[in-house]
Design a protein around this ligand. Sequence first.
Ligand code: FAD
Ligand code: NAI
Length: 464
Amino acid sequence: MPTYDLIVIGAGPGGYVCAIRAAQLGLKVACVEGRETLGGTCLNVGCIPSKALLHASHMLHETHENFAKMGLMDAHVNVDWTRMQAYKAETVSTNTKGIEFLFKKNKIDWIKGWAEIEGPGKVKVGDTTYETKNIVIASGSEPSSLKGVTVDNAGGIVVDSTGALALPGIPKSMVVIGAGVIGLELGSVYARLGAEVTVVEFLDVITPGMDGEVQKQFQRILAKQGLKFVMGAAVSGVTVENGTAKVAYTLRKDNSEHVIEAATVLVATGRRPYVAGLGLDKAGVALTDRGFVQVDNHWQTSVPGIYAIGDAVPGPMLAHKAEDEGMAVAEVIAGKHGHVNYNVIPGVIYTTPEVASVGLTEEAAKETNRKIKVSKFPFMGNARAKALFQAEGFVKMIADAETDRVLGCHIIGPNAGEMIHEVCVAMEFGASAQDIALTCHAHPTCSEAVREAALALGDGAIHV
Ligand code: FAD
Ligand code: NAI
């Protein structure tokens, strides 16, 4: 039985990246994964399949909404749901197989099965106990449950995100509970595919935590695309009768009770850390009061030699955050200096238009009690966005009024998820808005709007 330097539990973006970096740094590494395929939530039932469906449904939307405007006439496109699902599955499998290839290339042992930590240095999978110097818990997260709601993904009526990615067909109507990232991305998919989508949200705003102006504009754009919103509504239960779901909710403003019917209900009210079966109790690994694995600045748990990363630990539940922690903890274990800059982690919603943000929102920046300056450049002033029929959004930039240092940026517009990275790099280098404003940007690109927002923080934008 080999003794490992590191056993990683979970092969999602946190775990597989950690395993690869540790192997590159010369450690003998195994990764335990209970699923049939590598890649975790992200590759199997998260980021990747959802983006495949977003892409396909966006293409359909383009044929319906914009083709004729460009003189591309009579595009009669029908949806073959089985083929769309096959395209999604193929996209997933080429990526999960890619991780298998990377494991082989880096000589990482994939131990198949569910891991239990027996104590520091001991990981049990099936009947075998493996010895290791270090353990990294990268067990990820699962959808959180909602009182009064029973999810049955196989039934295809009341589903969570996993069920929503593989519905038996396109429903006529869908109620989405929760106007967060999952609800809006998958709600957009089905709205574009023809379902009547109603989003029921507990708060008075969508996408909590996001910049207020972005929230408002984003909701307006989604409403124009056909999504209906019921805001300030607490869902109390879902029942299914004769194949139809009934969602009961109370409007918080007047306590009135309502019921809305739909062919499918997507429960998208957040995710919680997945630590079941890991034996953390027995191993003495402490959890936070919200059930996350508690870690210090070096991702070490309360037990020396046992580390944790990704969705299982506090912080944004994002694949790239998990990946960064995976790389950093591997470096720490290898005796190097692992670092993650939590102030510069972008967040992207892959609707059309995309929504991307990094750093402080205007609201959060004001709370820091420093003097700030804020600019907003509309995509109406950007030639490329207009050609793409996506000029309804803007780039908002926030900088320190005294030092001009960029504190945050929020974009709602075409390819915002790609554009945000120049601001991430700028923030990573401690750049000023002037630094971005003085950087030549190619024309005609949507990124020019980022520069314009930076110019607006100085002597003024040009195209407004
Ligand atoms: P996970 O990816 O959850 O992987 C954990 C793995 O550990 C799982 O495969 C699990 O089977 C395994 N495991 C757990 N316990 C054990 C055990 N005891 N033994 C063996 N194996 C175990 N994030 C983004 O950044 N961008 C997106 O576009 C995006 N889209 C998403 C869309 C959806 C529908 C969902 C649900 C999530 C999305 N996310 C997205 C979030 C992203 O998927 C997670 O943040 C990311 O997967 C977390 O990575 P992780 O490695 O911590 O855990
Ligand atoms: P979320 O936390 O983003 O949103 C949940 C929403 O549900 C909130 O708006 C909340 O107010 C609402 N809600 C909670 N209880 C409710 C109730 N009883 N009735 C009505 N509304 C209620 O969670 P979501 O969308 O499930 O996503 C989970 C995680 O997955 C997120 O943390 C996100 O980071 C990650 N993810 C990231 C993606 C991306 O980066 N593009 C895509 C999809 C998921």
